[in-house]
Design a protein around this ligand. Structure first.
Ligand SMILES: Cc1cc2nc3c(=O)[nH]c(=O)nc-3n(C[C@H](O)[C@H](O)[C@H](O)COP(=O)(O)OP(=O)(O)OC[C@H]3O[C@@H](n4cnc5c(N)ncnc54)[C@H](O)[C@@H]3O)c2cc1C
Length: 388
């Protein structure tokens, strides 16, 4: 491992997390991929091991470690080849929980962050709506203040952990006359009257549950507002930098996994009396793929370091997700080809990898939207500032 970023302690953590995944998760993956349901016991085990609170403050039960522990967590989750299982875990920890940690009041942190770290409560983040996901400021879900409550109406879609989570972090309009400045963030218990979820069927990420969620006159206490009213859009944009880097790291890790698998296969499979890794056409293909993965990985590590130092990395995280997800799709597609017909079979990892990888350029900001952001920064010199 690159010693510029990873210490002996990091390496030991990687080894123990790999062992944990092999023992506790891998034996169940095919079942969870089939049922689209991740059993509760594994959430609890992740919690007991501290995996959901790697960077969270100790006072709430977290381990308060540096961001490279998260890099390892994400990489190793990709390497057991269930994008859906990985998504369920990281969406809880780095989408839902990160809003609770940054914007939640003391009451909310005690009630939701601590049990989330312990794996006792699962969260989801609800931003995308059926009418549109890219245009976040155009959302239609409303939150109307009535006395010491808010009443929520509207719907969300494509929500990871949307069916089985215990609480929902929800973006809604508190001022419908304004776009970005009229948005706020709330925390809502799953069992609140008027909340309903419908599970969606999808191409990949089979183990994770993805849902459409309806809010029908959902009444919540006013202090379930997270942060300040009207600041939701800036909170969402600030957390997007982390989400996009997470997705960039996921992408380089799954590309690396595909390549490692293909290399092993090529060293064993024979054609025309020699192993595949002796054919120059294939060797040059591998050289190209390995170079792309390495460039991507090193870029992502350098950004992770800057994030760890407290820098706001919106441009770089957008670039990371844009390029890493594209490279991952290419690498996995080419690696599937290297396996010939076996690449197309479900008994080999490439078919699932290819399906799961396809979500990379879509979820958490499409590649087109990322290009818009990068163009605004590079061409128009727009500056994005982090919310507190
Ligand atoms: C499996 C899965 C899990 C997800 N998990 C979550 C989750 O947990 N929480 C959550 O809130 N969301 C989640 N999403 C939603 C995801 O973030 C959105 O799908 C994504 O942001 C795109 O929104 P959309 O699907 O509405 O596409 P649209 O916004 O309708 O876009 C359609 C197409 O038009 C393009 N487009 C749109 N606007 C522009 C523009 N200005 N310029 C150029 N092209 C443009 C897009 O790039 C895309 O290709 C998930 C999605 C999936 C598929």
């Amino acid at each position: 491992m690159n010693s510029m970023y990873f210490t002996e302690e990091h390496n030991a953590f990687r080894q123990s997390f790999q062992d944990f995944l092999q023992k506790e998760v891998v034996p169940h993956i095919d079942k969870w991929e089939e049922t689209g349901t991740i059993e509760r016991f594994i959430w609890k085990k992740f919690g007991e091991m501290g995996y959901f609170g790697l960077n969270s403050p100790e006072e709430y039960g977290g381990l308060q470690l540096d961001f490279f522990y998260t890099v390892i967590f994400l990489e190793e989750l990709q390497k057991i080849n269930s994008g859906g299982f990985a998504a369920a875990m990281w969406a809880h920890a780095y989408l839902a929980m990160s809003h609770v940690e940054k914007e939640g009041s003391e009451r909310i942190k005690t009630a939701y962050l601590t049990p989330s770290i312990h794996g006792e409560k699962i969260g989801c983040l609800c931003i995308t709506e059926p009418f549109g996901g890219s245009d976040v400021a155009g959302m239609r879900t409303t939150a109307v203040k009535k006395g010491d409550t808010y009443v929520i109406n509207g719907s969300k879609t494509f929500i990871t952990n949307g069916v089985y989570s215990d609480y929902l972090v929800v973006a809604a309009k508190t001022d419908t006359t304004s776009r970005d400045k009229g948005m706020s963030i709330f925390i809502i218990d799953r069992d609140t009257l008027g909340v309903s979820a419908t599970k969606l069927n999808k191409l990949g990420w089979k183990a994770s549950d993805t849902a459409e969620i309806a809010f029908d006159n959902v009444v919540i206490p006013a202090d379930n507002l997270m942060g300040e009213e009207g600041k939701g859009f800036s909170y969402i944009m600030s957390r997007f930098a982390l989400e996009r880097l997470v997705m960039g790291i996921n992408a380089h890790a799954r590309a690396e996994y595909a390549l490692e698998y293909a290399l092993q296969y090529m060293s064993e499979r024979q054609a025309f009396g020699k192993t595949l890794n002796k054919f120059q056409a294939l060797r040059h293909k591998v050289a190209d793929l390995a170079s792309e993965v390495e460039m991507c990985k090193e870029f992502n590590y350098s950004i992770a370091k800057r994030l760890n130092e407290g820098q706001y990395i919106v441009k770089e995280a957008s670039m990371s997700k844009l390029l890493s997800t594209k490279i991952a799709d290419t690498v996995i597609n080419e690696c599937l080809q290297l396996l010939g017909g076996y690449g197309y079979m479900e008994d080999y990892p490439m078919a699932r990898l290819l399906r799961d990888s396809r979500l990379g350029p879509i979820g958490g900001g499409t590649s087109e939207i990322l290009r818009e952001i990068i163009a605004k920064i590079v061409i128009d010199k727009k500056e994005y500032k982090q919310s507190k």
